[in-house]
Design a binder for this molecule. Structure first.
Ligand SMILES: [Zn+2]
Length: 211
């Protein structure tokens, strides 16, 4: 396990960091060890430190939801649910079935002017390919909608696309972790873990989304 869950000073989950960065934070005294991997040590000439699994910052940091825009991240933000019909395709091991989902430009690219579109629901102009105009759609809904707005296609959006919240950003980071260690789950109470299969868990964990 090369990745470490970083908690804020109040133990709310913040992000996933590489173990090298976690060690740096521990040695600098900026973080403390919350959970270590049993029997495993980071060794150098001068020290042997328990291998971190979960660390917590000593001083509270205000965090902002910032994530790289990508189709994969949009699907994670939307919990792998089609924004039009509500279907939530899953693989046999309970993960989001990305192959069954597509990225939909709510106001289609064909209707963009100079790369921007007007969003009637928030009354603002945004880049056509951006968080606020991108949503998750199943293949059937996407191909039915085609180059139309939801209104033109007589389709209803279940939720308007939004900039990611801090909890979305964390879920995006977790979705990239191949196997989430079981000892992280205690610190992830508000995260929808539908994309997450814990080590040794028979079934994927389903927790409600607070964000
Ligand atoms: Zn659909």
């Amino acid at each position: 396990m090369s990745q470490v869950l970083q908690l804020n000073a109040d133990y709310t989950p913040m992000r996933v960091v590489g173990w090298e960065h976690a060690i740096e934070l521990l040695l600098d005294g900026r973080a403390s060890m919350v959970d270590a991997l049993p029997g495993k040590y980071v060794r150098s000439e001068r020290l042997a430190l328990p291998w971190p699994s979960v660390i917590a910052l000593k001083r509270y940091h205000v965090v902002r939801g910032r994530a790289k825009f990508s189709g994969k991240n949009v699907v994670v933000r939307d919990l792998g649910v089609c924004s039009y019909c509500g279907v939530a395709p899953r693989t046999s091991d309970g993960r989001i079935d990305r192959d069954a989902l597509t990225l939909d430009h709510v106001v289609p690219r064909a209707q963009a002017r100079d790369g921007v579109v007007f969003l009637p629901w928030s009354r603002k102009w945004v880049n056509v390919t951006s968080w606020e105009n991108a949503t998750t759609a199943c293949k059937a809904c996407n191909s039915f909608k085609a180059d139309r707005t939801p209104a033109q296609a007589n389709m209803t959006l279940r939720t308007y696309p939004r900039n990611p919240t801090q909890s979305d950003v964390l879920r995006m980071a977790l979705s990239k972790v191949r196997r989430v260690p079981a000892d992280w789950l205690a610190y992830l109470p508000n995260i929808d873990a539908v994309t997450v299969v814990g080590e040794g868990l028979a079934a994927p964990l389903r927790l409600s989304d607070a964000g």
